[in-house]
Design a protein around this ligand. Structure first.
Ligand code: HEC
Ligand code: HEC
Length: 206
């Protein structure tokens, strides 16, 4: 299974290096490398800890790729999952290529990754609106004004891991990571019990 996976990855990297000439296909070609983990349609892959990309704002995806590439994210040795992303972000050094890639990802249908998380919906809604909604939107749809990504539809395990990362100083510590630092402060203002209910509420949004 693992061998097939890495085989696919190497093969798709080779395809990417060939650089098919057609301009319109370039984003799709580049995405072949990403699809090994993030899925053909950007739906993510829980078993590989890879979040969904489909339905996410392109400016947010772009910032995260830049942050992985410049060590603003996944700079902590404990961030084993984030470190998986770094070499792929570093490969995207051509802005035009990244633009094509993001526009291809943008064409994916938004997904809703259903996890197995359970919680109290009423409490979750209350805590969410009080502590998260002002930035991430009433239905966790995200808000460009505050640079807050969409959370609805994202893998609940991924969301929980990111919040834990912010709490433990694994993400959002670099001094140039203004928004990550902001989010880390918010993550520290929520208890584990509240968090369980909040993420359950988010997982019930479209
Ligand atoms: C080997 C598997 C793998 C490959 C290949 C891969 N990624 Fe990732 N990616 C991950 C993992 C795992 C994470 C989650 C890291 C974490 O937990 O912080 C991630 C996270 C991301 C994020 C952050 C999403 C968010 O909500 O913050 C973006 C954006 C991303 N990847 C884009 C890409 C793109 C574009 C490519 C192709 C150029 C790619 N990835 C290739 C494994 C991979
Ligand atoms: C002051 C505005 C603000 C508030 C309040 C806030 N966030 Fe955030 N959040 C952000 C921003 C901005 C980011 C992007 C940070 C970055 O670039 O790393 C973010 C990122 C995240 C991420 C990472 C998403 C991903 O795809 O990797 C999660 C998960 C998250 N927030 C959950 C929450 C939860 C849960 C709450 C409530 C307890 C909350 N946020 C409150 C602004 C906020």
């Amino acid at each position: 299974m693992k061998q097939i996976f890495w085989g696919k990855l190497i093969l798709s990297s080779l395809i990417m290096m060939l650089h098919f000439p057609s301009f319109a296909d370039q984003g799709k070609t580049t995405y072949q490398t990403c699809s090994a983990c993030h899925g053909e349609q950007g739906q993510g892959n829980s078993a590989l800890n890879a979040p969904s990309l489909a339905g996410q704002f392109d400016w947010y995806l772009q910032t995260q790729i830049e942050h992985f590439a410049s060590d603003l994210r996944a700079n902590d040795p404990r961030d084993t999952h984030g470190k998986m992303m770094v070499p792929f972000a570093k490969q995207l050094s051509d802005p035009e290529q990244t633009k094509q890639l993001l526009s291809y990802i943008n064409s994916f249908e938004a997904v809703s990754v259903k996890g197995t998380i359970k919680g109290d919906l009423k409490n979750g809604s209350r805590y969410y609106q009080a502590k998260c909604g002002a930035c991430h939107g009433g239905e966790a749809q995200g808000n460009p004004t505050f640079k807050a990504p969409k959370l609805a539809g994202q893998d609940p395990q991924y969301l929980l891991r990111q919040i834990a990362n912010y709490q433990q100083g694994i993400r959002g510590t670099h001094q140039d990571d203004k928004y990550g630092r902001q989010m880390a402060m918010m993550a520290n203002a929520v208890s584990d019990k509240e968090l369980q209910d909040i993420v359950f509420f988010i997982s019930e949004q479209q």
